[in-house]
Design a protein around this ligand. Sequence first.
Ligand code: ADP
Ligand code: ASP
Ligand code: MG
Length: 408
Amino acid sequence: MALIVQKFGGSSVADADRVRNVARIITETYRRGHSVVAVLSAQGDTTDDLIAKAKEINPNASKREMDMLLSTGEQISISLCAMAIERMGYQAISLTGWQAGMLTDSGYSNARIKRIRTERIQKELDKKKIVLVAGFQGINKYDDVTTLGRGGSDTSAVALAAALRADLCQIYTDVDGVYTADPRTVKGARKLEEITFDEMLELASLGAQVLHNRSVEMAKRYNVNMEVLSSFSGNPGTKVKEVIKTMEKTHVSGVAKDKNVARLALVGLADQPGIAFKIFSLLAKKGINVDIILQSIGRNESKDISFTVARSDAEEAKRVLEENKEAIGFQTVELNDRIAKVSIVGAGMVNNAGVACKMFEALFSAGININMISSSEIKVSVLVDEREADRAVQAIHDRFFSEFGSNA
Ligand code: ADP
Ligand code: ASP
Ligand code: MG
């Protein structure tokens, strides 16, 4: 008999039939003799709808009140699912993040789980109950409700699996597993039988929303046995693990796209020491994360620096730089928020110069201009015009994964 944590995303619980379907999956697992803790997301577009409701009342509502509001979505799902399970003749109990002992830091809207007090869940499991936990929420040291950031229910599930030392953490969603690219938008995307934590973490961080990136980080840290599968099809999913069979081969496991990107360019900086330090310390003080950075070669004692930030931080970053124009010393700052980042991810890339080249060739053949490039051991990212992003992903995916392309 095993302890299994199962997580069901928003589309998996979108209406009454789907809640019943989820209740069936949970009770079948229970009937096979396992203990089950299920983590649920808010139904369908509930979280977006709640955000819209808040905006109608106050577009600048405090993060504390937003968390209080958004946490209600998940509570609807767990109580409805508990009712569906009761109706099927099994004992279930729904618990909010607070009742389930999810203790987070105090950062409203993007809180991090610090610890889970598992006693209550354990007590309910000992009574042979199926436990349903509200995803995406916790409680901070002020006894306030916090949320974990969009898509955070995956992280609730993995954190619970780690804390309870569960045998398996199953992330049920609306696609059959992790694919080589988003199967909804990329023709020919293939399901991966397995993927390493490192590759999955990169894919998730670079825009593949199928898993919350912090859930993968946590699964790697606590070596959680994790799989992604569909609530609808019953097909085998994708195993996410430390080591996979194809490790030795140089390969690309996937292509991801992220539109939440903006580029800032500082033109006419002095070509002298300390400039980069001034710029990036000003941004760091405001808590603005910088991603790709490019500095031009100095000419006539002048140079340019461009870098990317999340789109939601772009206006603030520009304002901070303009306010410090004299202190930094530049001519102009330009903002472009019509760009997207397209990336390939794969272990072993570092030993194969040809991989990046193949990606650039695919973009060249599609007539797509590259704005910026960055690479690491397991990924290559390019910035392209937002309007070209989907075509770029398709062209790159075709080059690596079509019958005629070779994935090496
Ligand atoms: P849930 O509500 O179950 O958490 P999400 O919408 O957060 O589901 O994530 C699932 C979606 O992720 C899929 O419907 C798919 O469109 C998208 N997606 C993006 N990249 C990938 C990928 N590489 N593999 C699978 N799905 C992906
Ligand atoms: N309901 C939350 C969201 O829409 C959390 C989640 O679905 O994981 O972001
Ligand atoms: Mg999700």
